[in-house]
Design a protein around this ligand. Structure first.
Ligand SMILES: [Zn+2]
Length: 376
């Protein structure tokens, strides 16, 4: 992808400009989702609307009218205590599904069949799809992964246009979560500098490297993390509750550009395996949380595009064919493959609606992506 310094500076300036625009949401998420808990009195527990309802009866109580919540009854067999919904979305930049299948990826494999944690299910397809109304480059696909909107909506069709996307009409899904329930602890971490130009009102925003951001996520999860100033004047206080994390790892793409995007390229496979190990350390931290048994995590993993030779772009099959994976206690069925004839099936921009659904948020109408919550 290349990190053009001029473009990055331009992006940062644009971000400052965009952040100065008040975020006016035309839909009433807050009223749809009820009042958030006071974070001071509800440490590490999501607000009411983000809890998995474990009642065995159909829930008709106020504020629980979504089919998602009604369907989540099966997720927990320990009746009584509702579990706090938690979301982790990890995007791996430029990972071809055939290379992922060739590489040794125990973490991704365990997510795909749900065996990474007791009581979890998993679903995976190696035949998902990128955006098809923009180049198979990072910029437009990153925008879509984070918003659930397609290129024609957010207006980003190239990397150069990343700072120009319409974040007011198509906000980052973590911004939607923050609007719905400000008490939620949210974090947005990425390696590719231009991702800083995608406005996000998450509590913590960090432009780092793959290894350092992995360490940050682990520390966020185990409560040891502290950072007075993220990259966007955001801060994280030690021990603060964490509810939703978005992490974009990038080294796989850089390796593909250097050595080739192919299951035949050992360096590329090694980069995928390194990302898998980083994801493994994060899941270990999830499972080690003292409150893990009282939590219902949804983990979504996808990629922005594939690649061919040492590049990607356009609509080559190896660039558009990607994977999509979801795991949670509620995942009960398989993921379909993407069908190019009907243009249905998993796309990378389904990540945002899938996470929002798990968190109990009614999807805004503009979201083109589908939710693969698979909760029945
Ligand atoms: Zn990319």
């Amino acid at each position: 992808m290349g990190d053009d310094p001029v473009a990055i500076i331009r992006a940062k300036l644009m971000r400052v400009r965009l952040l100065s625009i008040p975020c006016v949401l035309s839909w009433s998420l807050v009223s749809a989702c009820g009042q958030p808990d006071d974070p001071a009195t509800a440490p590490d527990t999501s607000s009411t609307q983000t809890e998995v309802d474990t009642d065995t009866d159909t829930d008709t109580s106020s504020g629980s009218d979504s089919s998602d919540e009604a369907s989540s009854d099966e997720s927990d067999t320990t009746a009584g205590e509702p579990k706090a919904r938690k979301s982790l979305v990890v995007a791996l930049d430029g990972v071809r599904p055939d290379a992922m299948a060739t590489a040794n990826t125990p973490t991704l494999d365990a997510l795909a069949d749900g065996s990474w944690a007791p009581g979890y299910g998993g679903a995976h397809t190696g035949k998902a799809r990128t955006l098809t109304d923009a180049d198979t480059v990072s910029g437009p696909n990153h925008w879509s992964i984070m918003t659930g909107a397609i290129g024609a909506q957010h207006g980003v069709s190239s990397n150069d246009e990343v700072p120009l996307g319409d974040a007011e009409a198509f906000p980052h899904y973590l911004s939607l979560l923050e609007s719905a329930a400000p008490s939620l602890g949210t974090a947005y971490l990425f390696t590719w500098g231009l991702d800083l130009a995608i406005p996000c009102t998450a509590d913590y925003v960090k432009h780092g490297t793959d290894p350092t951001n992995t360490e940050r996520v682990v520390a966020l999860l185990n409560g040891s993390f502290e950072d007075d100033a993220g990259s966007a004047n955001s801060a994280w206080t030690r021990g603060a509750p964490v509810d939703a994390i978005f992490l974009f790892l990038d080294d796989t793409d850089g390796t593909g550009h250097r050595f080739g995007f192919s299951p035949e390229v050992p360096e590329y496979l090694a980069a995928i395996e390194a990302a898998d190990a980083q994801l493994g350390s994060i899941l270990d931290a999830v499972k080690a949380r003292p409150s893990f048994d009282q939590e219902a995590w949804q983990v979504v993993v996808t990629t922005d595009h594939g690649g061919e030779g040492t590049d990607h772009g356009g609509n080559c099959e190896a660039c558009e064919a990607i994977f999509f994976l979801v795991s949670s206690p509620e995942v009960a069925g398989p993921l379909p493959d993407y069908d190019p004839d009907t243009q249905s099936g998993p796309r990378n921009f389904d990540a945002a609606p899938t996470a929002l659904t798990h968190m109990g948020i009614d999807l805004p109408e503009y979201i083109t992506g589908s939710s693969w919550h698979l909760g029945g």
